[in-house]
Ligand binder design. Structure first.
Ligand SMILES: Nc1nc2c([nH]c(=O)n2[C@H]2C[C@H](O)[C@@H](COP(=O)(O)OP(=O)(O)OP(=O)(O)O)O2)c(=O)[nH]1
Ligand SMILES: [Mg+2]
Length: 167
């Protein structure tokens, strides 16, 4: 049996679609009633350019979430970190290269079925090191026209459109 205030709280939280970072817990409510907390991932994303006007893309691991899709490298912003710091760190961790993080291209909020993402995308310049597929299945340097030949997550349509408009 739910009390009035409990029902109000549930309605309020549901209507706000409670956003809680990486939290994926389901709250167990009385009488086996449950509601989902939608995870919200805050992601820094790099569009890394080389001197030939190409961009670095990577293929996500086949077995994971969005497995086998291509993406622009990046990852979750950690507490106390700026998006620029996150991008620099993720690229070192995922690809083993040094980059210069430049201007922001676009910020995208996108709802997937089970979670939402905020992707903050920066233009970056490759400085040193040969990119290695440390945390992905494959990496490739491609030009803007070739991006059409690769399958990206849904949110990336907006990144690719922004890239085409900015060039
Ligand atoms: N890096 C990157 N992530 C993207 C792009 N497009 C897109 O929808 N995403 C999503 C996929 C992931 O849910 C999230 C990136 O998070 P992530 O790669 O650090 O982590 P993950 O969710 O795959 O895995 P986990 O650490 O939660 O286990 O952003 C993109 O172009 N680049
Ligand atoms: Mg990542």
């Amino acid at each position: 049996m739910l009390f009035g205030w409990e029902k109000c709280a549930i309605l309020l939280l549901s209507s706000l679609r409670l956003r809680t970072g990486q939290l994926t817990t389901q709250l167990n409510l009385p009488m086996s009633e449950t509601f989902s907390v939608i995870p919200h991932k805050i992601i820094g994303v790099a569009v890394i350019w080389n001197n030939q006007g190409q961009i670095l893309i990577d293929r996500r691991r086949a077995e994971g979430l969005m497995g086998g899709l291509w993406e622009f490298p990046g990852g979750k912003v950690e507490p106390g970190e700026t998006v620029e710091e996150c991008i620099q760190r993720e690229i070192e961790e995922e690809l083993g290269i040094e980059i210069a993080v430049g201007d922001r291209l676009i910020t995208i909020d996108h709802d997937y079925t089970k979670f939402r993402v905020t992707l903050t995308v920066h233009h970056c310049r490759h400085l040193t090191g040969e990119p290695q597929p440390i945390e992905c299945d494959e990496i490739r340097w491609v030009n803007l026209e070739q991006l059409d030949h690769y399958t990206f997550p849904e949110a990336n349509i907006q990144i690719i459109n922004a890239l085409r408009q900015s060039s």
